[in-house]
Design a protein around this ligand. Structure first.
Ligand SMILES: *Cc1c(COP(=O)(O)O)cnc(C)c1O
Length: 397
C-alpha cells in the first residue's frame, strides 16, 4: 500500500513538507513516525485494517459508469463512489487506519481538529468503535454553522471543545489540538484529518487513502481493459485527491486537482475569497509543513472561503504542492456557482447527490469536458445530505 517520492530522511517532497514544529512536539511526532513505519510493514496490522475497511466501512466502493453524465459530456465517465463509505465520505479510510496505529501505540485518548465537522464525526466513529476517549477541537464559528455534526459527534460519545482564538475556525482548531498534544502525548494520539501537517501525516494519510486509487486502478482495468485518460478530484487539504492519484502517479493519466474558486471574485486584503492554495498560494509554513498557502505579503494567513466547508482551508498538503511544481498534477478551480451546477446535474442525471466538495470536481468536468479525454474517473469524495441546508439557503438568496 505504498510508494515514495521523498528525500533521504523521507520527510519531504522536493522542498515541500518537513516538520516545522516546536521542539516539544518532536517526541510525539517521532513516536508516530516510528510506529507507522513499523506497522505499515506488519501483515497483522494490514489484515486488521482490511477487515475493518471491508466489514465496517463498506469497501470496496463501486466504480460506477455514469451513463447519463457520459452522454451529457460526450465521453465515458466513471464515478468512484466514496459517498458510499460509512459516515458518508472518504474520511473513515484515514481515521480507521490512524486509530489502529494509536491502539498499537497503547494510546487511550484521541484528539482531532475539525472544520465542517466531517473529520470530527469520522474520528468520533472510530473512537466509539475501537474504544477511545475522544475529544474534538472545533472553532466557535464552525460549531454555530455545523450544529448537526456537533450533535452527531456527541451522540457518538465524543466531546467537542470550542476554540475561541483567532478566526475561531479550522486553522485555530488545529493550533489548539497541537497545543493539547504537547502536554498529553503520553496517553493521547493526534488524529490529523488530511494529507497535510508535519511528517509523517502527509505520507501516512495518503497511504491510508490510497485504497481509493488502488481499487479504482483494478476496477477500471477490469471494466475497460485500460487506464483512464484523466482523473479529477476536489482538493481541500488533499487527502481524497492524493488517495485516488497516488496509485496512478507513474501512469500516463492526467491528474486534475479541483480547488474551491469561492465566489469567483479574486482575493481581497483580508480574505483570499477562495480555497485555492495550490493554484493561487505562495510558499510558506502552515501547521508544521512548508507548502503552498494563502498569505498576505507579511506572511499572515488569509482567511479562505468556499461554500463547501471541506474545501475552506488556507493550505494544502505538501505532496500536492510538489506534484504541482513538477507538472504532474494540474490545479484547476471551480467557483461556488459551478459547484452548485455540478451538485444539481449529478443529482438529476444519475440520482446521486454529491457532497458540495465533490460537486466542485463534477462542476469542473461540466465546464471543461475536453480536459477529461475520452475516458475519465471523477472521485465522488462524499454524499451531499450534509449540504442540503447550505444549498437551500444559497438558492433563496
Ligand atoms: C473533508 C472533505 C473533503 C476535503 O478534504 P481532502 O482532504 O482534500 O479530501 C472533500 N470532500 C469531502 C466529502 C470531505 O468530507
Amino acid at each position: 500500500m505504498s510508494y515514495q517520492i521523498c528525500d533521504a530522511d523521507k520527510t519531504k517532497f522536493g522542498r515541500y513538507g518537513g516538520r516545522f514544529v516546536p521542539e516539544i512536539l518532536m517526541q510525539p511526532i517521532l513516536e508516530v513516525t516510528e510506529a507507522y513505519e513499523r506497522l505499515s510493514k506488519s501483515k497483522e496490522f494490514r489484515a486488521n485494517l482490511e477487515g475493518l475497511l471491508k466489514n465496517f466501512a463498506g469497501r470496496p466502493t463501486p466504480l460506477y459508469h455514469a451513463k447519463n453524465l457520459s452522454k451529457e459530456l460526450g465521453r465515458k465517465i466513471y464515478l468512484k463512489r466514496e459517498d458510499l463509505v460509512h459516515g458518508g465520505a472518504h474520511k473513515l479510510n484515514n481515521t480507521l487506519g490512524q486509530a489502529l496505529v494509536a491502539k498499537q501505540m497503547g494510546k487511550t485518548r484521541l484528539i482531532a481538529e475539525t472544520g465542517a465537522g466531517q473529520h470530527g464525526v469520522a474520528t468520533a466513529i472510530v473512537g466509539a468503535n475501537l474504544g477511545f476517549e475522544t475529544q474534538v477541537y472545533m472553532g466557535e464559528v464552525d460549531i454555530e454553522r455545523q450544529k448537526m455534526n456537533v450533535y452527531r459527534m456527541e451522540l457518538l460519545g465524543a466531546e467537542v471543545i470550542p476554540v475561541r482564538s483567532g478566526s475561531r475556525t479550522l486553522k485555530d482548531a488545529i493550533n489548539e489540538a497541537f497545543r493539547d498534544w504537547a502536554a498529553s502525548f503520553e496517553h493521547t494520539y493526534y488524529l490529523f484529518g488530511t494529507a497535510a501537517g508535519p511528517h509523517p501525516y502527509p505520507s501516512m494519510v495518503r497511504d491510508f487513502q490510497s485504497v481509493i486509487g488502488l481499487e479504482a486502478h483494478k476496477q477500471i482495468m477490469e471494466e475497460e481493459g485500460r487506464l483512464p485518460d484523466c482523473i479529477a478530484a476536489c482538493v481541500g487539504g488533499g487527502s481524497n485527491a492524493m488517495g485516488i492519484f497516488a496509485p496512478f502517479l507513474k501512469d500516463n493519466v492526467r491528474l486534475i486537482a479541483v480547488e474551491a474558486g469561492g465566489r469567483g471574485l479574486g482575493r481581497t486584503d483580508k480574505t483570499a475569497d477562495n480555497g485555492a492554495s495550490l493554484g493561487c498560494g505562495t510558499d510558506g509554513v502552515l501547521h508544521g509543513a512548508l507548502t503552498k498557502i494563502l498569505q498576505d505579503p507579511f506572511g499572515q494567513i488569509l482567511e479562505s472561503y468556499s461554500l463547501a466547508a471541506g474545501l475552506d482551508y488556507p493550505g494544502v498538503g505538501p505532496e500536492l504542492a510538489f506534484l504541482k511544481e513538477t507538472g504532474r498534477v494540474l490545479p484547476k478551480m471551480a467557483d461556488d456557482k459551478t459547484a452548485l451546477q455540478g451538485f444539481r446535474q449529478l443529482s438529476r442525471l444519475e440520482g446521486i447527490i454529491p457532497a458540495l466538495e465533490s460537486a466542485h470536481a463534477v462542476g469542473y468536468a461540466l465546464q471543461e469536458p475536453e480536459a477529461l479525454g475520452e475516458l475519465a474517473i471523477i472521485n465522488i469524495s462524499g454524499r451531499g445530505d450534509k449540504d442540503l441546508a447550505t444549498v437551500m439557503e444559497y438558492e433563496t438568496l
